[in-house]
Design a protein around this ligand. Sequence first.
Ligand code: HEM
Length: 380
Amino acid sequence: PYSFYEEIRSMHPVYKGSFFKYPGWYVTGYQEALTILKDNRFQTRILIPETTKMYEALKNIQSHMMLFKSPPDHGRLRKLVSHTFTPTRIEKYRPFIEKIAINLWNNLKNKKKIDVISDFAFPFASLVIAKIIGVPDNDKHIFREWALNLIQSIDLTRSRRSIVDGNNTTLEMLSYFKDLIKKRRQSPQNDLISELLLQEKEKKLTEEELLGTSVLLVIAGHETTVNLVSNSLYCFLTNPNECHKLIENPSLIESAIEECLRYESPSQMIARIASEDVELNKVQIKKGDHVYVLIGAANRDSKQFSNADVFDITRNPNPHLAFGSGIHFCLGSALARLEAQIAIQTILQNEVNIHLETKEVQWRKLAGFRAMKEMYVHFY
Ligand code: HEM
């Protein structure tokens, strides 16, 4: 997508156009992207604008998620779960996340060839989020299809068919979580769902909001992490010098993952709608206009980042927008960072003879996400 981003950036960093049949402002400039994300006059919006019975479940569940709320409801819902995702709390998960990574990797080591996505990144990310939220391990396999269907249904490349699939997936997820909530009501466990049930009792959130939060966390916490882990490994295997630097100096892992987040951002786009007229960098954005903030482009803006197209694991400072900014800044950023650091350390520490089958990997045809279909590696 990067040459496409450059092309529209060269016309204007806040470009009025229509891509994938969606007219609006396409923002590729870093400063402009940051300004919009920090300005609450640009609000998040439900991503299913059409009102038809066919998409009712999908639309309804989104309306109960913090991601699609504005203050004060947004703050109320976010506060109920934010303590679970603070860096200090997340650090406590380190031993169990390391154990999951090592176990998975040890089972793959003796194979000649694996698909990093389906064999490692996907089971890894699902086991972690399932444990935190309180989804039984045996059920984790259903996440991937759900996540892919839901993501496809909200992406600008979507077809009518994918929205119908997204709606059906939502119905399945709702019935799954209703059932799980029922079980947790009867016998609470040490997990996020049980904790939220206590808050529901105190009338701090409704059952629909509890369902919306569970679905949001499973989807937001899963697919993007799969992509962060696989995109990061892709960055290292296609930039051997940086890979050696990290192997020789493991203390670079934190800044290395920040650079992966900037260089191949798993989320490429954030959608907003203007709630009033706003002037920005000499353009007049009107109330009701759609704004598409291309964070994958902002993260490669050479006005902000020197040698923006170079992968440099020692880059400092690195104020990328991969997790967004402002009130909707990614709630799971500390967890995503830790998971990626552990996954990459586990792989690179244990395996120096790892090679990509081909540099020409197939990327999924999505506008808002940077995701490979598969990523085969050989050991020799
Ligand atoms: C919001 C990216 C992992 C939960 C966001 C946003 C971005 C993002 C860009 C802002 C959306 C917007 O402003 O419209 C990512 C990336 C991840 C990741 C790149 C991994 C590499 C996670 C994880 C969780 C999570 C692991 C949870 C366990 C959330 C939630 C929000 C959010 C709940 C909405 C926050 C709000 O509306 O206040 N994420 N995310 N994310 N993310 Fe993440």
